[in-house]
Design a protein around this ligand. Structure first.
Ligand code: AMP
Ligand code: GLY
Length: 427
């Protein structure tokens, strides 16, 4: 079959790479793709937010399946538009995508479904939000309600920091309209994990566990980013935790959507904090995580094309996923300055030597000019390695990264540290 993938980041490179290796798939087309994706798919220069352009491309290409990677086109209704043209789509419609597109919608639905999540209030006026911040005290969490590329959340350690975040979002214009409504919620203590599910109507199929590192700096310090690295499996997701997340989170939220007349087909991503009182939901996303997708695809053994088509056709029931027993770990290389401003167009060298170490280099914000590879975005590469343990996968990834020749790039040196602490604590 022919598959059209929408997007051009590290997640989409991992999806295209896995589809390329799926026996059921003969052709992969990607819009817009990137230079790494161009090695496994035919790239078409249509941006992931150019909805009309994407519909025209899909109508022209007539793929057997369209897989939508990023959240923005999902929230904007691309899946609905493609379905109206008779195409099969893996990715939720706009109504279901509100679970990610509006934190206030997600919080309300969780409350109605009885899904465990931090206690919260929502505000559009700064003075009312500031009053709650002073009443609750710190630590406290301030979130822009709309899409903000993973950067719209401030975990404030002091009341002053929370006040500044509220002013920034509600009085300033830091996140544009995404920040005109804020959620303020209680700070939760615990270990985080990403629990992803393939969902097709009533069928909910858990993926292997994974965990990302959202903080910019080693030791999980510094501001939040889209994700600086990830690994799978995540040892804190014991079979018992996985079962609780399926029964208390995924099933009730999909059922609650259904009660509201909304069907979900796609990936449900529950960001979980494992607290003393059990798993609590930090956020929902409606797509594969980036970078969680990279280690997940490195471990998936099943035919991805077949599985996603089954989901799109509502025949996911009875499908079982097969995983490599080894661990996979992805280290993100970002442009110096990310998540703030950075200089584009710097040459990246040494990738052949990195790849000779047996790792997979997924591209995100790269561009090619005159045969030279350049940085073109904040997160640029995702170097992904397999190993018998997370420790071994980590060593393999960093050994390979030693060959990277890009002075303007940086990466965390401790991706996987929590999992390794679990591994070594258990040994
Ligand atoms: P979100 O986009 O809502 O998942 O938030 C991004 C990150 O902020 C999460 O991955 C957590 O590290 C942190 N965070 C979000 N909500 C909370 C909370 N209620 N308590 C503690 N940390 C949180
Ligand atoms: N890695 C977090 C996300 O994809 O939202």
């Amino acid at each position: 079959m022919k598959v059209l993938v929408v997007g051009g980041g590290g997640r989409e490179h991992a999806l295209c790479w896995k589809l390329r290796h799926s026996p059921s798939v003969s052709t992969v087309v990607c819009a817009p793709g990137n230079p790494g994706i161009a090695r496994v798919a035919r790239c078409e220069p249509v941006g992931a937010e150019d909805l009309d352009g994407l519909v025209a491309l899909a109508v022209r290409e007539q793929p057997d399946l369209v897989v939508i990677g990023p959240e923005a086109p999902l929230v904007a209704g691309l899946a609905d538009m493609l379905q109206r043209k008779g195409l099969k789509v893996f990715g939720p419609n706009a109504a279901a995508a509100q679970l990610e597109g509006s934190k206030s919608f997600a919080k309300k639905l969780m409350t109605e479904a009885g899904v465990p999540t931090a206690c919260y209030e929502r505000f559009t006026r700064a003075n009312e939000a500031l009053e709650l911040v002073r009443r609750w005290g710190a630590p406290i969490v301030v979130k822009a309600s709309g899409l903000a590329a993973g950067k719209g959340v401030v975990v404030a350690r002091s009341v002053e920091e929370a006040e500044a975040a509220v002013r920034d979002m509600l009085a300033g214009n830091r996140f544009g309209s995404a920040g005109h409504e804020v959620i303020i919620e209680r700070y939760l203590e615990g270990e985080e994990a990403s629990c992803l599910f393939l969902v097709s109507g009533e069928t909910i199929l858990p993926l292997a566990s994974s965990q990302d590192h959202k903080a910019l700096l080693d030791g999980d310090q510094g501001p939040n980013t889209g994700g600086m690295g990830a690994y799978s499996p995540a040892p804190c997701v014991t079979p018992e935790v996985a079962d609780m997340v399926l029964e208390r989170v995924a099933k009730p939220i999909i059922k609650e959507l259904g009660r509201n007349g909304i069907e979900f087909i796609g990936t449900l991503y529950a960001g979980i904090m494992i607290t003393e009182d059990g798993p609590q939901v930090l956020e929902f996303n409606v797509r594969f995580g980036d970078p969680e997708c990279q280690p997940l695809m490195a471990r998936l053994r099943s035919d991805l094309g077949e599985v996603l088509l089954a989901a799109a056709e509502k025949r996911l029931h009875g499908v079982e996923l097969e995983w490599d027993d080894r661990a996979a770990l992805c280290v993100v290389v970002a442009s110096q300055g990310y998540p703030g401003t950075f200089e584009k167009g710097q040459e990246i060298r040494g990738l052949d030597a990195v790849e000779r170490e047996g790792v997979i280099v997924f591209h995100a914000g790269t561009a090619e000019r005159d045969g030279r590879l350049l940085n073109a975005g904040g997160r640029v590469l995702g170097v992904t390695a397999l190993g018998d343990t997370v420790r071994e996968a980590q060593q393999a990834a960093y050994r390979a990264l030693g060959h990277l020749d890009w002075p303007g790039g940086f990466y965390r040196k401790d991706i996987g540290w929590r999992a390794i602490a679990h591994e070594e604590g258990a040994a």
